[in-house]
Design a protein around this ligand. Structure first.
Ligand code: CA
Length: 589
């Protein structure tokens, strides 16, 4: 579960331990496509070839150099242990491989912090001839495990990097803790995109040096911030990768952070102290009870479930699930008293949800981010944990815990230092002024020579260079993702399709995942293998007309299968056959 891992390693221990309770299955790797001719490396030579990489350096004009700091041979069965997230630590055995660590030269940032880019590269003895860049998560600042789920086991040479800052070291309590990197222009650019190409190129060079031949195919796979990185490669460095999986792409991260401030205000007002107007962090999660959110899901299902041909708890035809249709089913769920009740809604609650789905707007009514689809998985912990916090208030809303400091540091120019403590994040969000503060996303203020949007936004629909080089891009995205709006990803695809004269599907496809939360979880068929799909597309010319997906053990329907369909197609029941099986569904307009 690389996504969970990446999120957790960038998070406070508290947020992480609760995040870990959420099922995050979107990045599961299953069947491996036929491998190209791989390694002919002699097992007896491999440890010495690994040790020889300790001398390796990477230098290229205009890019930061990287130097190997360690290279160790890991024999077959080397144990790899990760924290158990509430249970005992989990240990797995790794295949024989060379583990390489590298970093750029340290430098002092404008904020006085010492920064460097770090990477990890794992080179398996049983190589499948492919290079895989494992995307990051959250605010990065940790070097990923470079296992990419089962990627290393499948024979990929896997690279992970920290995007140029280190959460353990670059962590200033007076300047938004690990988001301090937002105060340094280069560290912010490295986070946004600038660290990507040099690390990828260094990895490719060392793959060639170790195996004595270049990687035959190059892939990127990531979700969330990792999805943003995939988009950065497709848009800014299209020459690097043959195939990219950019799941739940945070390609509009700075604007999505505006939505986090907006959402917090809508929900915060529901629980504000009537006398002072102040919102206590511990109260935010009481904006909705669990039964109330179940009532909202019930309304969404009543309104929209059957549109795909089968009332099965899955809203396949998301785009037909309009605000008006859902409203018609929500209003009858209003409490008779006009107030709030355990499982009925107040008019103010319905209004808050509708304002959130409209997305942030300024006084002139201009959209500052995107609208959202009605999230059919709204009653899942994966939705509420971001928007209002877990039931009982723990963890506090991630939109506040993580979103506010990211907004203040990495996505605003000039960056703003918030006082320590989570309540300060909520106070900042509640006081956020969309006239005064939102323009900071696009502002260029010394010492920054580019805006946060220019450094981190990767929402360019022009993919012509990636198309010309024959690249393929797959974009899975949960319909109930509370962090990045599927509606925005679909709008981006539609723009890309116009630019590509209606032929975008020849090289890029978006796969909405009904009910799925951020990168996985929710009432959803969230187990699927997008990487295998992009590999088949690149190597066998087999375009993904559907991706087979399965519901996991924590879903309402363990074992249920469905096709994920490329937008604008929708998985529709064919009218006969087992409704639990994917074969009974076709991707249709
Ligand atoms: Ca349905």
């Amino acid at each position: 579960m690389p996504v969970l891992h990446a999120l957790c390693r960038t998070r406070t221990a508290l947020a992480c331990s609760l995040l870990a309770l959420l099922p995050l299955g979107g990045a599961t790797l299953a069947a491996e496509p036929a491998a190209p001719a791989g390694s002919t490396l002699d097992a007896a030579d491999a440890p010495a070839r690994c040790a020889a990489l300790r001398e390796a350096r990477y230098a290229a004009a205009g890019l930061p150099g990287l130097e190997v700091t360690d290279a160790q041979w890991r024999p077959e069965g080397t144990p790899h242990t990760v924290p158990g997230f509430g249970g005992p630590p989990q240990t797995r055995k790794l295949p024989a491989h060379c583990e390489v660590l590298a970093s750029s030269a340290e430098r002092t940032g404008a904020d006085g912090q010492r920064y460097a880019i770090h990477l990890r590269l794992r080179l398996p003895l049983a190589w499948n001839g492919r290079f895989l860049f494992q995307g990051g998560g959250g605010s990065n600042g940790v070097v990923g495990d470079a296992l990419s789920g089962s990627g290393l086991d499948q024979g990929y040479a896997v690279l992970a990097q920290d995007s140029g800052h280190d959460n353990a070291r670059n962590n200033d309590p007076q300047r938004n803790q690990e988001l301090v990197f937002g105060f340094d222009p280069q560290a912010r650019a490295d986070y946004g995109h600038a660290s990507l190409k040099p690390t990828a190129e260094a990895g490719l060079a060392w793959v060639e040096r170790f195996y004595g031949r270049a990687a035959k195919h190059r892939y990127f796979s990531g979700c969330s911030k990792g999805g943003q990185e995939g988009m950065a490669f497709a848009q800014r460095y299209p020459e690097v990768f043959d195939g990219i999986v950019a799941a739940a792409p945070g390609f509009a991260l700075p604007k999505a952070a505006l939505a986090e401030m907006w959402d917090t205000q809508q929900f915060g007002r529901l629980v504000a102290d009537p006398a002072t107007g102040r919102v206590e962090l511990g109260k935010l999660s009481t904006a909705f009870t669990g039964p109330q959110l179940k009532a909202v899901r019930a309304a969404i299902l009543e309104a929209c479930d059957a549109d795909d041909g089968l009332a099965d708890g899955i809203v396949g035809d998301t785009r037909r699930c309009t605000p008006a249709k859902v409203r018609a089913r929500l209003v009858p769920r209003t409490c008779p008293s006009g107030g709030s009740g355990a499982d009925c809604l107040s008019p103010a609650q319905i209004q808050a949800l509708e304002a959130v789905l409209q997305g942030p707007r300024n006084k002139a009514g201009q959209a500052l981010y995107s609208t959202w689809f009605w999230p059919s998985g709204i009653d899942d912990g994966g939705w509420r944990i971001w928007k209002i916090g877990g039931e009982g208030g723990m963890p506090p809303a991630l939109n506040v815990l993580l979103g506010s400091r990211a907004m203040a540091s990495a996505f605003s120019s000039p960056p703003v230092a918030l006082p320590p403590g989570p309540q300060a994040g909520l106070d900042y969000a509640m006081a956020f002024d969309f006239e005064r503060d939102a323009p900071a996303v696009h502002a260029v203020v010394a010492p920054f020579t580019r805006s946060a949007w220019q450094d981190v936004g990767m929402r360019d629909p022009n993919l012509s260079a990636f198309q010309r080089r024959g690249g393929k891009l797959i974009v899975p995205h949960g319909e109930s993702d509370p962090v990045f709006s599927l509606a925005d990803t679909i709008a981006w695809f539609d723009e890309a399709n116009v630019l590509a004269k209606g032929r975008a599907a020849e090289f890029v496809r978006v796969f909405p995942v009904p009910g799925m939360a951020h990168c996985g979880g929710g009432p959803a068929t969230d187990e699927y293998d997008a990487l295998a799909a992009v590999v088949r597309w690149v190597e066998q010319g087999q375009a993904p007309d559907r991706i087979e997906a399965r519901a996991g053990s924590r879903s309402p329907w363990p074992g249920r299968t469905r096709p994920l369909c490329p937008h604008p197609l929708v998985a529709r029941y064919v009218g006969k056959g087992d409704p639990e099986r994917s074969e009974s569904f076709a991707c249709k307009p």
